[in-house]
Design a protein around this ligand. Structure first.
Ligand SMILES: Cc1ncc(COP(=O)(O)O)c(C=O)c1O
Ligand SMILES: N[C@@H](CCSC[C@H](N)C(=O)O)C(=O)O
Length: 419
């Protein structure tokens, strides 16, 4: 059933009474600002301060750290697509994660996985314990029983601190491990722990953690939201008034919010996010199939491959395998040759850009994870990570074929083989 919406200029437009899909909602901004000119592109309020109605009256906005209309638009848009009660935009994904860590008090415990982004590991290893007095425990998050056991341990009164926060990545960076988000949320709730899902690899287009029971969904806006490698930012979409208030308090008190221009670029990025991600995922699937059939490749990690150990769980909680793949060759030299010989895949950290990217996590995004921890967790130096862009797939596969041929000629096909 269509309803007619009256516009200021007297013309009428059709609006569906049923809530439109995310793709449509991303193109039509969720919340409009009062705008005398009704601009189609959102206005950029590049200002630090706002004139106040009076000395004792703040007005809607007083200072951009506390709030900015362009940021409000982005935050409302993110809350809308994630079905959250509120969303908060930060200067980076790490600033968003650091804010989540503020929810935990000294003496309490944070539970995280074994395969996680290097920057998160750095925070959990070097800041949370030494500077915030938190206990950090790592478990294999793909095993719900391990999560449950760690939560139980904190209730026994045997000196083990209670788990206040469960930090999930799924799929993980860089090995694309998949955790059962609903099952972990369910068990965490039984123990009164808050669950934050770092959803940077799926973004709310392919996976919506709040719908799966999470309290907080975190996305690095640096990746798919902006999508063009030109923004650093992070979003927390949050459930519950109390939690929203606590997150907002820290955003304002600590001043780690996203700047107006980055918010504006993110809003622009959001409009094409679904389109970009679909194309990137289509490309990634074909790249994963190519890699899985190549003799130089020992192991492929891609959440969309039927051979992925948790492909069933992934399919039940996400609508696509996404566009991030990683693989092992068994030889650092072979991997280095492949990474350096590709021409269309840029050697860079980060992912989610329209441009295809390639990296060696142990030397790049995960270089800050101590070598002994990487070894203990089986994170091998020859791991290569690919972020598929929107280029023509034949060009991408052609480029990879050439790079693989070069690597094969240089080191021999012996490094991989054993599938
Ligand atoms: C999974 C994951 N979470 C969080 C972050 C942090 O995001 P940012 O670089 O925007 O701080 C990154 C990358 O940096 C990431 O890959
Ligand atoms: N030098 C940076 C590395 C950033 S890695 C960014 C991204 N999350 C990725 O996984 O590629 C640092 O030290 O944080």
């Amino acid at each position: 059933m269509m309803m007619m919406k009256k516009k200021k200029n007297g013309r009428t437009t059709a609006s569906a009474s049923k809530r439109p899909t995310i793709e449509t909602r991303l193109v039509h901004l969720a919340g409009k600002l009062e705008d005398p000119f009704d601009s189609v592109a959102p206005p950029l309020y590049q200002t630090a301060t706002f004139n106040q109605p009076g000395a004792t009256d703040f007005g809607a906005y007083d200072y951009s750290r506390s709030g900015n209309p362009t940021r409000t638009l982005l935050e409302n848009q993110m809350a809308d697509i994630e079905n959250a009660d509120g969303a908060f935009a930060f200067a980076s994904g790490m600033a968003a994660i650091a804010t989540v860590m503020r929810l935990v008090k000294p003496g309490e415990c944070v539970l995280a996985g074994n395969d996680i982004y290097g920057g998160t590991q750095r925070f959990l290893g070097k800041i949370a314990p030494a500077k915030q007095g938190l206990t950090v425990k790592h478990v294999d998050m793909t095993q719900v029983e391990e999560v449950k056991a760690a939560l139980e341990e904190g209730t026994k009164g045997n000196g083990q601190p209670p788990v206040k926060l469960v930090l999930i990545e799924s799929p993980t960076n860089p090995r694309l491990e998949v955790c059962d988000i609903s099952a972990i949320c369910k068990v965490a709730k039984e123990y009164g722990a808050v669950v934050c899902v770092d959803n940077s690899i799926m973004a709310p287009i392919f996976q919506r953690p709040i719908d799966l029971g999470a309290d907080i969904s975190m996305t690095s806006a640096t990746k798919f939201i902006a999508g063009h490698s030109d923004v650093t930012g992070g979003i927390l979409s949050v459930v519950g008034k109390e939690l929203c208030e606590e997150i907002y308090f820290h955003q304002n008190a600590e001043g780690n919010m996203m700047s107006p221009f980055e918010c504006w670029l993110s809003l622009r990025g959001l409009k094409t996010m679904a389109l970009r991600m679909e194309k990137q995922a289509q490309n990634a699937e074909k790249i994963a199939i190519f890699l899985a059939g190549h003799p130089l490749v020992k192991k492929v990690n891609y959440a969309g491959l039927p051979g992925h150990p948790n492909s069933g769980i992934h399919a039940s909680q996400a609508s696509s395998g996404g566009s991030i793949i990683s693989f092992e060759t068994g030889s650092v030299e072979a991997s280095r040759r492949i990474v350096e010989d590709t021409k269309l895949f840029k050697i860079t950290v980060s992912f989610g850009s329209v441009t295809s990217l390639i990296s060696m996590p142990c030397y790049m995004s995960h270089a800050s994870v101590p070598a002994e921890i990487r070894k203990e967790r089986g994170l091998v130096d020859d791991l290569v990570r690919i972020s598929a862009g929107i280029e023509n797939i034949d060009d991408l596969i052609g480029d990879l074929k050439e790079a693989f041929a070069g690597a094969e000629a240089a080191v021999g096909a012996s490094s991989g083989q054993a599938k």
